[in-house]
Design a protein around this ligand. Structure first.
Ligand SMILES: [Zn+2]
Length: 294
């Protein structure tokens, strides 16, 4: 029977081993330094890999808000569900009781006044307008430049892509960081929050339609997957809503965090436009009828 005898390590071999050890220590130190001093901010353990994102609007928002934006917007305001601004101490209005809606004009339209930060270039403002037009198409919402209105949206290139939920009364900021948030779909998504909508997978009945893969979610972001007492406005669960998280949202290991229960092949979320049901949602929330003639 053949046996392998343990060979004593010769001095030359030993030197090579020591050299290899030193090299690998140096390499890991360089890696650690890159990680610690990286200009990107991001969760430890969260893998920022291209292949784990499937290109939804929410993936773009997560990429910007988690890796580049500040954690706290100011001393009292933080982000819920990744991109909804919440001010501590201020009771957030119950949007689904229709108490945070923008007011409706007698002509049947919902006019929402907006103002651009002077920091945006002309090209950037025309891109933001495209996002707003995406909301207007097929809905009763119309965005109008601010003149004197008491309630209006102040669009600012602050840190990250975010909005408050619904109308807060008075001036309210909606942040579209430049250039990361200046994509039609991302802009439309943030305006949907300003109209009063939370994310689609936060619906109270979502567990009938999707499975949340809790073990795959980055620990510090579990709260982004909470359910809320929402009013579904009599509309079906919308896998392709612009407000739906992608399948890999907040994945810590590249594995899916949301799996549709449907047997059909379904893609979650949207890349650049409201779904048909998103438009119906707006018209129902604002009691506008469902004509496509708007
Ligand atoms: Zn959002």
């Amino acid at each position: 029977m053949a046996t392998v005898k343990a060979q004593p390590i010769r001095p030359a071999k030993m030197e090579r081993i020591i050299l290899l050890c030193v090299l690998s220590t140096c390499l890991s130190a360089v890696h650690t330094q890159n990680f610690l001093f990286s200009s990107k901010r991001g969760p430890i353990g969260y893998k920022d890999r291209d292949e784990q994102r499937d290109g939804t609007v929410m993936d773009e928002i997560i990429k910007t808000n988690e890796f580049q934006a500040a954690r706290m917007l100011d001393g009292t305001t933080s982000l819920r569900e990744g991109d909804i601004a919440v001010t501590s101490g201020r009771r957030s209005k119950a949007c689904f009781a229709r108490s945070c809606l923008w007011s409706k004009s007698v002509d049947g339209h919902v006019y929402i006044a907006y103002q651009f930060s002077p920091e945006y270039s002309e090209m950037e403002t025309s891109l933001i307008k495209k996002g707003m037009e995406n909301i207007e198409k097929g809905t009763c919402v119309r965005f109008v430049p601010w003149t004197h209105q008491q309630d209006y949206i102040d669009i600012q290139p602050k840190s990250g892509c975010w909005s408050y939920l619904g109308s807060r009364g008075g001036r309210q900021t909606l942040s579209l960081q430049n250039p990361d948030c200046l994509q039609v779909g991302v802009i439309a998504h943030e305006f949907m929050h300003a109209l009063g909508f939370v994310h689609e997978q936060s619906r109270f009945d979502r567990d009938n339609y999707i499975t949340i893969m809790w073990p795959n979610i980055w620990r510090d972001r579990l709260r982004n997957f909470e359910k809320f007492r929402t009013d579904s406005l009599g509309l079906p669960y919308d896998y392709s809503s612009i407000m739906h998280f992608g399948m890999y949202a907040y994945s810590q290991d590249g594995e899916p965090t949301i799996i549709p229960k449907s047997t059909k092949a379904i893609k979650l979320g949207q890349t650049s436009t409201l779904s048909h049901i998103d438009r119906m949602k707006i018209n129902r929330l604002y009691n506008c009828g469902e004509d496509d003639d708007y």
